[in-house]
Design a protein around this ligand. Structure first.
Ligand SMILES: [Zn+2]
Length: 497
């Protein structure tokens, strides 16, 4: 906003000043100064000099709240207000407003060693309304009418923070939170042609931890489950930011029985704790809400393999052992186990197993205890050294960790839709090999599987922070079985014998 001073304005100021000047009789009275109805008291009284009221400079700063500078050498006063600069000098009848000169009815003057400034001129330039009440000798100043501020939208209330949404070993869905959870609102949506029955649970005034919210892809985390009687998966998102609403959607199987149980720090969607089947490598793809491109089992893998001499294609697979060297990844201090060692050991075993197949070529991002940046791992897969083209598949190996030891199990992650089928194919094989709790096929935005372009998955085979998981992960026989089963899964995905 810019104020424009027209010559009309100056005329108006002068006209009012003339009005003041005519009031000669009031010169003996001490004027009182009011700002928005409140009297401004100063140690030196305002004076009227030939009809012009002069007030101590301090009134402008401490009384009216303007920024005021006093240059003692030049005997000059500067009053600042947003885009406005008013310059007045002692004894000078010309004042300046943003370098435009104005004639003053009375120059500022020194009275009892105080700088006295003409209040009407300054006030009007600053946009204050000025009234002079002759009978009572009062100067009434009124603040400029400000444009109404847009009424601020009230910031959302956050009473609870979700820290975990996971399927427990009891087969129930646990929503762990901190804070105070308001009564959840639930909706049961019937199955349609494209979607199964869905249980929608809305938690009002509820957000997610930074870590959870940060791992959302397109605003949510999706978990696909296989082999459960009552549910085929779940997803969770920040459904609304104001009011703050966390939404958990459970994909229910037909005739699922469930109950909402609220316990200390956890909302549990209980399925009577029933797990009827152990997850097994399955020939049927998991039920998805909508058929997705590349998700049809009859579609051959979206790869551009090399051809061998007898025209059989060669598939280039990158196995990426997470972390390395000074970056140990997750650490179980009690057991003295480091994630980077599991990752490397698992990768070497999988490589040996995969290479038994003549159509598979394995490429390791690291084959010893060295460290690569995530971007280097992506670059490696996008342009294979010595091959010069991108890999057909990318698999990153990890073990997980959580701040509490009660979280355990196997998770398979993908980020891009073209990786979903790979994740869904491999996950049951991994579960079958390691036998840990099924935490599902999940979406999350991890750099190595986000920024690569071929089908890519990240395996969190188990939780190092859980002692039982940790022992399983570092068991040599389990690792061998894991390598064999994962190889079967990869061959199934590639439709290899
Ligand atoms: Zn890791």
């Amino acid at each position: 906003m810019k104020r424009i001073f027209s010559s009309l304005f100056i005329v108006a100021v002068l006209f009012v000043m003339v009005g003041f000047a005519s009031n000669v009789n009031a010169s003996t009275t001490t004027p009182k100064l009011f700002m928005d109805g409140k009297q401004i008291v100063s140690d030196v009284d305002p004076i009227i000099k030939q009809g012009t009221t002069l007030v101590p400079l301090a009134v402008l700063s401490s009384g009216l709240g303007y920024e005021v500078k006093w240059d003692n050498k030049a005997k000059q006063v500067t009053v600042l207000d947003q885009e406005l600069t008013i310059k007045l000098a002692i004894g000078e009848k010309v004042g300046y407003v943003n370098d435009d000169s104005y004639e003053l009815s009375q120059p500022p003057s020194l009275v009892k060693n105080r700088t006295m400034v003409p209040i009407r001129f300054v006030s009007e330039v600053l946009g204050l309304k000025v009234e002079w009440k002759q009978q009572t000798s009062e100067v009434l100043l009124t603040s400029p009418v400000k444009e109404p501020e847009p009424s601020p939208t009230p910031s959302p209330v956050q009473d609870a923070t979700v820290s975990q949404v996971h399927l427990g070993e009891d087969g129930n869905l646990h929503i762990a939170y901190t804070g105070v959870l308001t009564e959840p609102k639930t909706m049961l949506l019937p199955a349609s042609d494209t979607a199964p029955t869905r249980l929608v649970v809305d938690l009002n005034n509820t957000g997610y931890t930074y870590e959870l919210a940060n791992s959302f892809i397109k605003g949510q985390t999706e978990v696909t489950l296989n082999g459960y009687k009552d549910l085929s998966g779940y997803r969770f998102s920040q459904f609304s930011s104001n009011p703050l609403t966390a939404r958990v959607v459970v994909l229910l199987n037909e005739q699922a029985n469930y109950a909402l149980v609220h316990s200390e720090g956890e909302l549990i969607i209980s399925f009577n704790g029933m797990i009827t089947e152990t997850p097994e490598p399955s020939d049927t793809p998991p039920a998805t809400e909508e058929p997705l491109p590349g998700d049809n089992p009859s579609t051959p893998p979206s790869t551009t393999p090399d051809q061998t001499e007898d025209t059989k294609p060669i598939y280039h697979i990158v196995l990426d052992a997470g972390h390395g060297d000074s970056d140990p990844g997750a650490v179980n201090k009690t057991l003295g186990l480091r994630e980077k060692d599991f990752n490397l050991s698992a990768v070497l075993k999988v490589k040996a197993e995969l290479e038994k197949h003549p159509q598979i070529a394995v490429h390791l991002t690291r084959s010893d205890d060295t460290f690569l940046e995530l971007s280097e791992r992506v670059a490696f897969a996008e342009k294979l050294p010595g091959i010069g083209k991108k890999a057909d598949l990318f698999i990153s190996f990890h073990a997980n960790s959580y701040k509490t030891s009660n979280i355990n199990g196997t998770e398979t992650y993908y980020t891009r839709e073209n990786s979903k089928k790979l994740a869904n194919t491999l996950h049951p094989y991994i579960l079958g090999a390691v036998g840990l709790n099924d935490r599902g096929v999940r979406t999350a935005s991890f750099k190595v599987i986000r920024e690569t372009t071929m089908p890519a998955v990240l395996l969190e085979v188990g939780y190092l922070s859980n002692a039982s998981d940790a022992k399983v992960l570092f068991n040599n026989d389990v690792q061998t079985k894991f390598a064999q089963e994962l190889t079967k899964g990869i061959k199934k995905y590639l439709e290899l014998e």
